[in-house]
Design a protein around this ligand. Structure first.
Ligand code: GRF
Length: 213
């Protein structure tokens, strides 16, 4: 079986990219073939280069044709800390093959302007007892596409946006590779798929397995 080729889109520090590269390194299911950044100074580009993965920088992230060309022949396109809007032409081209990771339990705490520290700040201000990470399909609206998988993270007394962000990020680093591998195992079907944690989603165990129900 040929591994599903994965393109990863980044804008920032690339810790989710690093987690994906680690998890996929020896996998027969999927391989990160290219990393595309919306900015030339993203640390994530260094992460990619160190791993020997081809990189590209988008001169204009709003240019759909350039976006599609940069993603190339990827079977699955993963937004991992990508902060620009995906042009509608690119969304259409990669329908059900374009996914994002968000550091909260969507549909809560998502949408325009909800990224980075602001997400965790809003969660704490709301008084929610649980936050988490969501992997979802990207459609024409910010953070609105169907959910693929979620993992809850309890909010602790005394949490700050930074402490909550750290714990959510640890979960992101397990959830995103698990979701990518699960989709690859299914052949990246061109229809929405929902994945579930085995057992209690609060008990991650060592493997963090996701399965179809
Ligand atoms: C993560 O919290 C991700 O959910 C969000 O941006 C952050 C990116 O972190 N979209 P990194 O670039 O993967 O380190």
């Amino acid at each position: 079986m040929t591994p599903a080729s994965v393109a990863v889109l980044v804008s920032g520090s690339g810790t989710n990219l690093a987690a994906l590269l680690d998890a996929l390194r020896a996998s027969p299911l999927a391989r990160v073939e290219r990393v595309v950044s919306s900015r030339a100074d993203a640390v994530a580009l260094e992460v990619a280069r160190r791993a020997g993965v081809a990189t590209a920088v988008l001169a204009d992230p709003g240019d759909a044709a350039a976006w599609v060309a940069a993603a190339g022949d990827a079977r699955l396109v993963v937004l991992a800390g990508y902060l620009k809007r995906v042009p509608p032409g690119a969304v259409a081209r990669f329908r059900w093959r374009l996914i994002n990771i968000h550091p909260a339990l969507l549909p809560a705490f998502g949408g325009v302007g909800m990224y980075g520290r602001r997400v965790h700040q809003a969660v704490l201000e709301s008084g929610a007892a649980v936050s988490g990470a969501t992997v979802h399909y990207v459609d024409e609206e910010y953070d609105r596409g169907p959910t693929i998988a979620q993992w809850p993270v309890p909010v602790r007394p005394g949490d700050t946006p930074d402490s909550l962000a750290r714990r959510v990020l640890e979960v992101e680093h397990r959830l995103l590779p698990a979701a990518v591998l699960a989709l690859a195992r299914l052949g990246v079907p061109e229809r929405p798929v929902r994945l579930f944690a085995t057992g209690s989603a609060f008990v991650m165990g060592d493997t963090g397995v996701l399965e179809l129900e």
